[in-house]
Design a protein around this ligand. Structure first.
Ligand code: T1G
Length: 698
C-alpha cells in the first residue's frame, strides 16, 4: 500500500483514504494505491461496503497532468475505474472540494456518490485540449442524457453539488461539510438498506431514449461558432455520441480511448497544458521570496472615472474592497459612476448578479473631487490619459497627501514608471498596475516594477492580482513593458503591410484565422485610434523617427473607431461588427500616392510572418533584457491580455513549436527586405538557434 492511499475499516465500512496534496491528483502512486486498497476491501470479509474519501482541500481533481507525455505506468486509469466498478461490494464516493476530470470519473465508477454542499464536480479536460479519457464520456450520459453530458464535457464547466444531484450525477447532497463523517454515515445506510451494487456502465434507459436523436448534429452546429479553431470539443461530442451508437459499453470505451489518444497527440493539448501550468508559474517570481511580507490593502483610491478608471474600480468592489473614485469635475464623476452602475445593471439583467449585489457593490464605490480624501487609502491607482506631465503632477500631489506606506500605482500602458516615480519622494512605493480594457473583464494585470520598487510592494501587487481574480505578471520597465511593446511592433508591421498593398481586412483575417478574437485594425477601432495616434505623436515629439501612417489620417479626420462609428472600419448603429469602408480604401490609396508607393500583392503567409515573427523577435529581446523573467511570462501576457489563442500556448511557445530556426531565417529575410530595428535579429534568438534550443529551455 502506498502512503498516499490507506485502507482502514470503520465498523462494516472499508475506508479508502487518498492523501496526495495539493489536489489528490491521480498520479501513479495514487492509482496503484487505490487499486491495492480496493483489493484489500474485497478481501476484507467484515467490510460490507467500501468508501473512497480524500484528505486535504478536495476530492481527486483529475489525472496528474504532470505525468502527461511520460510513459504510462499501470494501472491505467480506465482500467482502475472499471476495476472499482466491477467490485461485488457497493463502493461509495464521498466528494468535497472539486471532483474533476479523472476524479469525477473515479466517482462515476463507484456505485453511489454523495457530496458536501459546497462541492463541485466537472469534466474540464476540454480546457486542456483533451476529453474525459477514463469513461467519463460513456458513464456521464448514462446518468444525465446526451444534452447535459455534452454541455458539461464540451465546456468543462464545474457543476455545484445541488445541481449535480438534480442531474443524477450525485445521489445525495449531505447535510454538513464533514465529508468523512457524512461519507461513513451514507455507506452505513447503504448496508442497512441493503442497497445493491449499481453499475453506471450497465444503465441504458437514457441511451435508449435518445438513440438516433439529432442532438449530436445540432450540438455540432452550435459548436462551430462557440469553439472556433478548437478540435477537442468536437472530439468530445464524437465520444459522447459513441455511448449511444456503440454495441456495448466496452466498444464505447474503445472509441473514447481512440479519440483521447488523438487529442493527447495534438499541438492544442500541448499548448493548453503549457498555458495551464504557466498561469500558475507566473505567480512564482524569480528573486521574490515566497514569504515576502505584503501590505494590507483595505481601501483603494482610483484617479480618473473614465472607461479604465471605472472598470478598475469595479474589480475592487467586486471582491468587497471599498474604492473611492476621484475626478476633478463633478460632471465627469457623476458620468463615471453612472456608467459603472449601468455595467452592473447589465450584468444583473443577464442573471449573473442580483440587484442586491449591484447595490452592495455600488455602495462600495464612492466619488470625490478632492485628493485629500485619499489621505487614508492603502493603494491609489492613477488611470488618466497617457501624458507624462499630467501623471507626474498627479503623483507629486499624491506624495504630499497619501499616508506613509500607501502604494502609488499607475495604470499607464506604455510610459516610464521610473520617471513617474521620480515625481515622488517615495519611489519604493511606486509600481505600474496596467489593466487591460475592459478592465473589469480582461484577466491580465501587467505589474510593472520600477528601479526602486520595494519587494513588499511587488509581492503586494502580485497578491492583489489574485484577490481581484486577475492573472498578475510582474514585468520590467521599458516603453510598452511586455505586452504593448510587442503589440506596437505588430501594429507597425500591419500598417506597413497595408501601405504596401494589403487591405486592413486581409491583415485582420490572417490574425483571426490564427485564433485571435479580433484582428489588429478591428482591435484598434475598439481601443480607439486616437490612442495609437497620440502615442505616435508623443514619440515623434520625443524625437523618435516614427514614419507617417495612413492611420494618422484616420485620426486627423476624426475617424477614431467604434466610438465615432467609423475608424478603419465603419459601424452601424447598435452594432460592433466591423464593416469594410470604401472611403478608407480611397484614403489608403491616396496615402500610397503621396508616399510614392505602388501597391503590390501581399500574401497571407507574409502577413502572418511579419505580424507574428516580429513579435517573437521582440519577445526574445524582452527576455534578453530581463524585462520578462521567462518566456512563459510573455505567453501568459499575450493569452490573457490580447486573446492569443491559449490552444497555441502563447507567442513564445507557438514559436518553439514552429521551430526557432525557421523564425530566425524569416527575421533575417525581413531585415534585408523591410529593414528597421524591429527586424534586427535578437541575439538571444540567434544563440538559441545556434545551440538547438527553445525558449522553453531557458
Ligand atoms: N495535475 C497536477 N497538478 C495539478 C492538477 C492536476 N490535475 N491540478 C492542479 N494542480 C496543481 C497546480 O499546478 C498547483 O501546483 C496546485 O495543484 C494548486 O492548483 C483521464 C486526462 C483543482 C480547481 O483539469 O482546475 O483528468 O503551483 O493553483 O486555484 O479524463 O487546480 O502549487 O505547484 O490551480 O485552488 C483534469 C485542473 C485533468 C483540473 C484547484 N483536471 N486543476 O484550483 O489551485 S485531465 C483538471 C484545476 C484528466 C482524465 C483526464 C485547479 C483546481 P503548484 P491551483 P486552485
Amino acid at each position: 500500500m502506498s502512503e498516499v492511499v490507506t485502507y482502514s475499516r470503520e465498523q462494516s465500512v472499508g475506508v479508502i483514504t487518498v492523501n496526495y496534496p495539493p489536489v489528490n491528483a491521480l498520479g501513479h502512486a495514487v492509482r496503484s494505491g487505490i487499486q491495492s486498497a480496493i483489493q484489500q476491501g474485497r478481501d476484507d470479509a467484515d467490510a460490507k461496503v467500501l468508501l473512497i474519501v480524500c484528505e486535504g482541500r478536495t476530492f481527486i481533481a483529475g489525472a496528474d497532468i504532470r505525468e502527461f507525455g511520460k510513459p504510462l505506468q499501470e494501472p491505467a486509469l480506465p482500467d482502475l475505474i472499471n476495476d472499482i466498478e466491477a467490485t461485488d461490494k457497493p463502493v461509495v464516493a464521498a466528494i468535497h472540494g472539486t471532483a474533476l476530470g479523472g476524479g469525477l470519473e473515479v466517482a462515476l465508477g463507484c456505485h453511489y456518490r454523495v457530496a458536501v454542499p459546497s462541492a463541485k464536480v466537472g469534466l474540464p479536460e476540454v480546457k486542456l485540449g483533451l476529453l474525459p479519457g477514463a469513461g467519463g464520456t460513456q458513464r456521464l450520459p448514462r446518468l444525465t442524457g446526451a444534452q447535459k453530458a455534452l454541455e458539461m464535457i464540451t465546456t468543462g464547466d464545474f457543476v455545484a453539488a445541488a445541481r449535480a444531484a438534480e442531474l443524477g450525477i450525485v445521489d445525495e447532497v449531505v447535510g454538513s461539510e464533514d465529508v468523512r463523517a457524512e461519507g461513513l454515515a451514507y455507506a452505513q445506510k447503504v448496508v442497512a438498506e441493503g442497497k445493491p451494487v449499481r453499475r453506471v456502465s450497465e444503465l441504458s434507459d437514457k441511451l435508449e431514449a435518445e438513440k438516433g436523436s439529432a442532438v449530436f448534429e445540432q450540438f455540432r452546429e452550435g459548436l462551430k461558432k462557440k469553439a472556433r479553431g478548437l478540435i477537442a470539443p468536437f472530439k468530445c461530442t464524437d465520444a459522447v455520441e459513441a455511448a449511444f451508437t456503440s454495441a456495448s459499453f466496452a466498444d464505447g470505451m474503445k472509441r473514447e480511448r481512440e479519440l483521447f489518444s488523438e487529442l493527447m497527440a495534438s499541438d492544442q493539448r500541448a499548448g493548453l497544458i503549457h498555458a495551464f501550468f504557466s498561469e500558475r508559474e507566473v505567480s512564482k517570481v524569480p528573486g521574490l521570496a515566497k514569504d515576502t511580507p505584503v501590505r494590507d490593502i483595505k481601501s483603494v483610491g482610483v484617479i480618473g472615472a473614465g472607461t479604465m478608471g471605472g472598470g478598475i474600480a469595479m474589480n475592487f468592489a467586486n471582491v468587497g474592497i471599498p474604492v473611492r473614485l476621484l475626478e476633478v469635475k463633478q460632471e465627469a464623476l457623476d458620468k463615471g459612476l453612472a456608467i459603472i452602475r449601468k455595467n452592473y445593471e447589465n450584468t444583473a439583467k443577464k442573471g449573473r448578479l442580483t440587484m442586491e449585489q449591484v447595490e452592495e457593490r455600488m455602495s462600495l464605490i464612492t466619488g470625490t473631487l478632492s485628493y485629500n480624501d485619499f489621505a487614508d487609502v492603502d493603494l491609489v491607482i492613477e488611470a488618466v490619459f497617457e501624458r507624462m506631465d499630467v501623471k507626474k503632477s498627479i503623483f507629486g500631489q499624491l506624495d504630499g497627501v497619501c499616508k506613509p506606506g500607501a502604494i502609488l500605482a499607475s495604470n499607464t500602458s506604455t510610459l516610464d514608471i521610473d520617471e513617474i516615480a521620480s515625481a515622488t519622494k517615495r519611489p519604493e512605493d511606486v509600481i505600474g498596475l496596467h489593466f487591460f480594457s475592459p478592465a473589469n473583464v480582461m484577466k491580465l494585470l501587467e505589474i510593472v516594477r520600477g528601479e526602486k520598487t520595494a519587494d513588499d510592494v511587488k509581492a503586494t501587487a502580485m497578491q492583489l492580482a489574485k484577490r481581484i481574480k486577475k492573472v498578475g505578471v510582474l514585468v520590467g520597465n521599458c516603453h510598452g513593458f511586455v505586452g504593448n511593446r510587442m503589440l506596437h511592433k505588430r501594429g507597425a508591421e500591419a500598417m506597413s503591410l497595408v501601405d504596401e498593398g494589403a487591405t486592413p481586412q486581409q491583415v485582420d483575417k490572417v490574425l483571426t484565422d490564427l485564433g485571435f478574437p479580433m484582428g489588429q485594425f478591428a482591435m484598434g477601432d475598439l481601443a480607439g485610434i486616437d490612442i495609437g495616434y497620440s502615442i505616435r505623436q508623443e514619440r515623434r515629439k520625443a524625437g523618435e523617427d516614427v514614419a507617417p501612417s495612413w492611420m494618422d489620417k484616420l485620426a486627423e479626420q476624426g475617424r477614431l473607431g467604434q466610438k465615432t462609428m467609423a475608424g478603419t472600419y465603419r459601424y452601424e448603429e447598435g452594432s460592433r461588427k466591423p464593416i469594410p469602408d470604401p472611403a478608407v480604401d480611397e484614403l489608403i490609396a491616396e496615402f500610397r500616392k503621396e508616399q510614392g508607393i505602388t501597391a503590390r500583392e501581399v500574401t497571407d503567409q507574409e502577413i502572418l510572418e511579419r505580424c507574428m515573427y516580429v513579435m517573437v523577435n521582440e519577445g526574445a529581446k524582452i527576455l534578453d533584457e530581463g524585462i520578462a523573467y521567462r518566456s512563459l511570462d510573455i505567453d501568459i501576457t499575450w493569452i490573457y491580455g490580447y486573446g492569443f489563442p491559449a490552444y497555441r500556448g502563447g507567442p513564445m511557445f507557438w514559436a518553439d513549436q514552429i521551430g526557432l530556426d525557421k523564425i530566425l531565417d524569416a527575421v533575417k529575410k525581413y531585415h534585408n527586405e523591410v529593414g528597421g530595428k524591429q527586424w534586427e535579429p535578437s541575439p538571444l534568438l540567434e544563440k538559441l538557434v545556434a545551440e538547438g534550443k527553445k525558449f522553453g529551455d531557458l
